[in-house]
Design a protein around this ligand. Structure first.
Ligand SMILES: [Zn+2]
Length: 214
C-alpha cells in the first residue's frame, strides 16, 4: 500500500493531545493502523508532549495517545466480542464492522452513492460514517460546511487534488469545492468524519440533499 496523503501535523498533535473530536479521532487512528510513517510521527509527538509534563514527573512519557487507544480497545467489551477482524477492516473500526465491508448495511444516498452511519460511543459534534461510491461514478460537486476528514479504505478516487487510494487521507475544510470521481474497477469506500452537512452547488441536489441523508 502506497500512502501519499497523510493527516497534517496539527491534526496529529491534536490526536496525540486527545483534543480531537471522537469522529476525527477514529479516522486518524484508522489511518495510523495503515500508516507506519504517521505512527512514528505520533510517537515522536507523544514523547515531546511527555517531556513538557515537567510538573508531573511520575507521568509515563511513553504512554501517549496510541497506547491509550490500544488500552481503550483492550477494555472495549464490544471489541472482545468480535475477536476476528476482517482483513479489509483496520483495527480501530473493526468492532463497528464484525462482518467486514461486505456486511455493511448501506443506505441509498443518491445515484451510485450509499452511506452507513457508524455509532459514536459518546456525544460528540462530529458524525462518523462510511461512504461508498460506485466504481467509475462521479460524486456531485460539493463544498463543505465544516471540516471533513476522509480515509480511503478500498478502491480509489480522483479529484483536482490528485489520486486518493487505500490509506490516503483527504482533509477538506469549508472553502474546498471538489468533485471526486471513483476509479473504475472497484467501488470506492471511505471512512468520513464531518462536523457539518455537505453543501452541493446544484439547486436540484440541494433540494434532494435531505432525502439523500447527506
Ligand atoms: Zn500517514
Amino acid at each position: 500500500m502506497t500512502i501519499s496523503f497523510h493527516p497534517d501535523i496539527a491534526t496529529l498533535m491534536a490526536f496525540s493531545a486527545g483534543t480531537l473530536e471522537e469522529a476525527y479521532t477514529v479516522v486518524v487512528a484508522t489511518h495510523l493502523a495503515m500508516c507506519e510513517a504517521c505512527r512514528e510521527q505520533v510517537k515522536r509527538i507523544d514523547l515531546i508532549g511527555g517531556a513538557f509534563l515537567t510538573s508531573e514527573p511520575e507521568a509515563d512519557m511513553a504512554s501517549g495517545a496510541l497506547d491509550r487507544l490500544l488500552a481503550a480497545a483492550a477494555d472495549d467489551d464490544i471489541a472482545t466480542r468480535a475477536p476476528e477482524s476482517h482483513a479489509d477492516v483496520p483495527g480501530p473500526i473493526a468492532h463497528h464492522l464484525p462482518d467486514g465491508l461486505d456486511g455493511v448495511r448501506w443506505r441509498w444516498s443518491g445515484p451510485g452513492v450509499a452511506v452507513a452511519d457508524l455509532p459514536s460511543s459518546r456525544a460528540g459534534k462530529g458524525r462518523l460514517m462510511l461512504l461508498r461510491v460506485e466504481a467509475g461514478r462521479r460524486v456531485p460537486e460539493h463544498s463543505h460546511g465544516g471540516q471533513e476528514l476522509t480515509l480511503i479504505l478500498q478502491g480509489a478516487y480522483r479529484d483536482r487534488f490528485g489520486r486518493f487510494g487505500a490509506g490516503d487521507i483527504a482533509d477538506h475544510d469549508e472553502d474546498v469545492e471538489h468533485q471526486p470521481i471513483a476509479e473504475p474497477g472497484e467501488d470506492c469506500i471511505c471512512l468520513v468524519a464531518v462536523d457539518a452537512k455537505l453543501s452541493f452547488r446544484s439547486r436540484l441536489v440541494r433540494t434532494l440533499q435531505p432525502l439523500f441523508g447527506l
